[in-house]
Design a protein around this ligand. Structure first.
Ligand SMILES: O=CC(=O)O
Length: 339
C-alpha cells in the first residue's frame, strides 16, 4: 500500500514544538500513527507551502490513499494521475468544495473529512471577526499607532453592538448553531436563519426563526454566512442581496469566499449601502495585497484562520490520519463523507 501525504510535517511539528503540550499528540498524527499501525510506504510533500500541482501529480501516481488539504484541487486530472489504486481521500478540512465529488464517486473512492472537531474554534473566530468589524477594532488600533488618537470624543470610532440586535445566519449547521450559541449571551434579541430546509432541532436551541433569504437580508443587523459552498450558494450575496440589507447592517463570512460577489460587496461598502463586512474567506486566497477590498476601512479581511487553534489543527490532523487508516483497512471511517 502507498500513501501520499500532500502536506509537510515541518510546519506543524515546528508549530507544536512551541507548546510541548501538543507536540506528542501531533506526532501521533503525522509521524507515528500511520507507520506504526499500518504497513505502507508514505510519500510526503515536505514544505510549509501547499504542494505544487506538479508534485501532487507526481506523488499521487499509484497511491492507494491521499491525505490532502483544502488548497489541493482534487479533480479529474489528479484522479487520472493517481490511477486505479486510489481508494481513499482524506482531507484536513470540513469543507470539500476542492474535491470533484462526481469524479471521485464515479471511481468508487471514499472520502474522509474533519467535521465537529473544528466547530468551536471556527465559531469563536467568527464571533471575534464580527466584533472586530462591528466595533471597528482594526481602525482603532491603527489610530492609536498613527497618532490619530487626539482625545476622547463622543462619536469617534462608534460602531454597532449586538445588544437587542437581530442576527441572521445563513446555514444553521454545526458551525452556524455554535456561532448563535456564542452570540446569544451578548443580548441578541432575535435569531433568523435560512438554508435548504428548516432545521427545527438546532433552531430550538437558540429560538431561531426560519425565514426566506430576502427576509433575512432585510431584517438582520448582522448577517453571518456559515453555509457550504454549492451551486446554490455561489455568488448568493450579490448586488440584489446587498440592496435588501439595512444601511447599518454588517456582513460576516466564515464559509467560502465565492458565496459573496466581491465586486458587488465593494460597491455596497463604498456607497454606504451596508455598514461593514468581515471576511475570513475570499476569492482568491490569498487575496492580492492591492485588492480594492483591502483599501477599505469598513472591511476586515482575515487569511482563512477559522479553525486555527493549536488544539483544533491537532485534532483535525489526528482525525484525518485515522480516516485514512480506517479507509485503507476497509473499515468505517470516524468521519466519512456521505456521497
Ligand atoms: O475552511 C476550513 C475547512 O473547510 O476546514
Amino acid at each position: 500500500m502507498a500513501i501520499f501525504v500532500a502536506l509537510g510535517s515541518g510546519s506543524v511539528v515546528a508549530l507544536l514544538k512551541r507548546d510541548q503540550l501538543f507536540s506528542c499528540k501531533y506526532r501521533v498524527a503525522f509521524i507515528t500513527v500511520i507507520p506504526s499501525r499500518f504497513s505502507c510506504t508514505i510519500g510526503q510533500w515536505d514544505s510549509d507551502e501547499p504542494v505544487t500541482r506538479q508534485e501532487l501529480l507526481k506523488g499521487i501516481a499509484g497511491a492507494h490513499g491521499l491525505y490532502c488539504m483544502l488548497t489541493d484541487k482534487i479533480d479529474e486530472e489528479i484522479l487520472q494521475a493517481a490511477g486505479p489504486n486510489l481508494k481513499i481521500i482524506s482531507t484536513l478540512s470540513v469543507g470539500f468544495d476542492h474535491l470533484s465529488l462526481d469524479e471521485i464517486k464515479k471511481r468508487g473512492i471514499r472520502v474522509g473529512y474533519t467535521p465537529d472537531v473544528l466547530t468551536a474554534a471556527t465559531a469563536e473566530l467568527t464571533v471575534a471577526l464580527l466584533l472586530a468589524t462591528s466595533r471597528r477594532l482594526m481602525e482603532a488600533v491603527e489610530e492609536v499607532k498613527n497618532g490619530g488618537w487626539s482625545a476622547w470624543k463622543p462619536l469617534w470610532l462608534c460602531g454597532f453592538g449586538l445588544q437587542e440586535s437581530t442576527v441572521g445566519i445563513v446555514g444553521l449547521g454545526r458551525i452556524g448553531l455554535a456561532i448563535a450559541e456564542r452570540l446569544k449571551p451578548f443580548g441578541v434579541k432575535r435569531f433568523l436563519y435560512t438554508g435548504r430546509q428548516p432545521r427545527p432541532e438546532p433552531a430550538a436551541k437558540v429560538q431561531a426563526e426560519y425565514v426566506p433569504l430576502n427576509t433575512l437580508a432585510s431584517q438582520s443587523d448582522f448577517i453571518i454566512l456559515s453555509c457550504s459552498f454549492t451551486p446554490d450558494t455561489q455568488g448568493m450575496c450579490n448586488k440584489d442581496f446587498f440592496a435588501k440589507m439595512k444601511k447599518t447592517a454588517i456582513l460576516i463570512n466564515s464559509s467560502r469566499g465565492a458565496v459573496v460577489n466581491q465586486e458587488d460587496l465593494y460597491q455596497a461598502l463604498t456607497t454606504g449601502q451596508i455598514a461593514a463586512a468581515g471576511m475570513d474567506v475570499t476569492v482568491p486566497e490569498p487575496l492580492p495585497t492591492n485588492h480594492p477590498l483591502l483599501s477599505l476601512k469598513n472591511c476586515v479581511v482575515l487569511p482563512h484562520i477559522g479553525s486555527a487553534t493549536y488544539a483544533t489543527r491537532n485534532a483535525m490532523s489526528v482525525l484525518a490520519a485515522n480516516n485514512l487508516l480506517a479507509g485503507l483497512k476497509g473499515e468505517p471511517m470516524p468521519s466519512e463523507l456521505k456521497m
